[in-house]
Design a binder for this molecule. Structure first.
Ligand code: NAD
Length: 301
């Protein structure tokens, strides 16, 4: 009963590996970076490189969670288009080709495919409106997953909304605000304090992913809370928890950033019986404590 997690050295991947191992699963992590997590086996490999060990692991697993990818809508490095194609689209193709059709497979797409919410939570049957290269690469990933479904295969295509918690990627808002608060700097809010985000505790995201892997849920599934929070409220909460001066500075946002995000969680609840209910104050306190204890955030890479 071996479960494979790709992206096992990343922010969500490390939490998922730990939870699966804690539940007694034999876990094989795959990532091009090393990881000190409790995976029974961690294979350092690039998913784009031919590798018999990786192929065997993907072929023989009882379930596969594909989290490896090039995340982040704000990445503007000159090679970003290449990395998004390679690590999102081509890596997903490789996993889809290697995992037998009937093996439960969970692939992480992103809420960014919606291009933002207008007045209500985004539903899985809403049309996609990707606003930039990251979201477009995830639409391509989803297309390839949907082809697996059409071929009679099993795949849950998870669309996580903003995920927060210990070791969050360093390019994400909570990680940046906590770092700024610790350095005594103003907290930068992108675009406007009135913009909103649906933020989910990484522990809840991991539970939802595991349930999707176990219930053989197929198709598109949002992972969010269904609640939207203003950015100025979220930043003020970080100031409060970290006892930092509540100085917020509004700076221009990237046009690829959605103005509002919010999930409709009906399908997640129907498939798994589970809807994340994130306690934001406790979440920020945990992430702050982890940062103070020196838990590494995952650098954008
Ligand atoms: P992350 O960058 O922390 O983790 C991704 C991991 O994948 C990294 O450790 C990286 O080394 C690995 N990787 C990338 N390309 C690889 C390749 N070709 N071969 C082997 N390893 C490779 O990202 P994360 O925040 O943990 O996100 C995990 C997944 O969830 C990503 O697909 C991301 O797009 C998606 N997602 C994340 C969020 C969020 O809020 N964190 C929201 C929506 C979707």
């Amino acid at each position: 009963m071996t479960v494979v997690v790709t992206g096992a050295a990343g922010f969500i991947g490390r939490h998922l590996v730990a939870s699966l191992a804690a539940q007694g699963h034999s876990v094989v992590g795959v990532d091009r970076h090393d990881s000190e997590g409790p995976a029974v086996q961690h294979i350092v490999a690039d998913l784009l490189d031919a590798d018999d060990v990786v192929d065997t692991a993907l072929r023989e697993a009882t379930a596969v969670f594909h989290l490896a990818g090039c995340p982040g809508v704000r990445d503007q490095a000159p090679d970003v288009a290449h990395r998004r194609w390679r690590d999102n689209v081509l890596a997903a193709e490789r996993v889809l080709a290697a995992v037998p059709l009937t093996t439960p497979l969970v692939v992480t797409s992103s809420s960014s495919v919606y291009g933002g919410a207008t007045g209500r939570g985004c539903r899985e049957d809403d049309p996609v409106r990707p606003r930039g290269g990251y979201a477009m690469s995830k639409v391509e990933v989803e297309r390839r997953c949907l082809a697996r479904l059409c071929a009679g295969g099993s795949v849950a295509i998870a669309r996580p909304f903003t995920v927060a918690g210990e070791g969050q990627r360093s390019d994400m808002a909570f990680a940046q605000w906590i770092e700024a608060a610790r350095a005594g700097l103003p907290l930068q809010v992108l675009g406007s304090g009135a913009r909103t985000r649906d933020v989910t505790d990484v522990r809840d995201v991991v539970r939802a992913l595991m349930m999707l892997g176990m219930t053989e849920g197929t198709g598109l599934v949002n992972i969010g809370t269904g609640r939207a929070h203003r950015l100025d409220t979220l930043a003020a909460l970080v100031s409060e928890v970290t006892h930092a001066p509540a100085e917020l500075r509004v700076v221009p946002a990237d046009p690829d950033e959605a103005v509002h995000t919010r999930a409709d969680t009906t399908r997640l609840e129907r498939l798994t019986g589970f809807v994340p209910t994130t306690d934001l104050r406790a979440l920020v306190a945990r992430q702050y404590a982890a940062a103070c204890e020196g838990m590494s955030t995952v650098a954008a890479r």
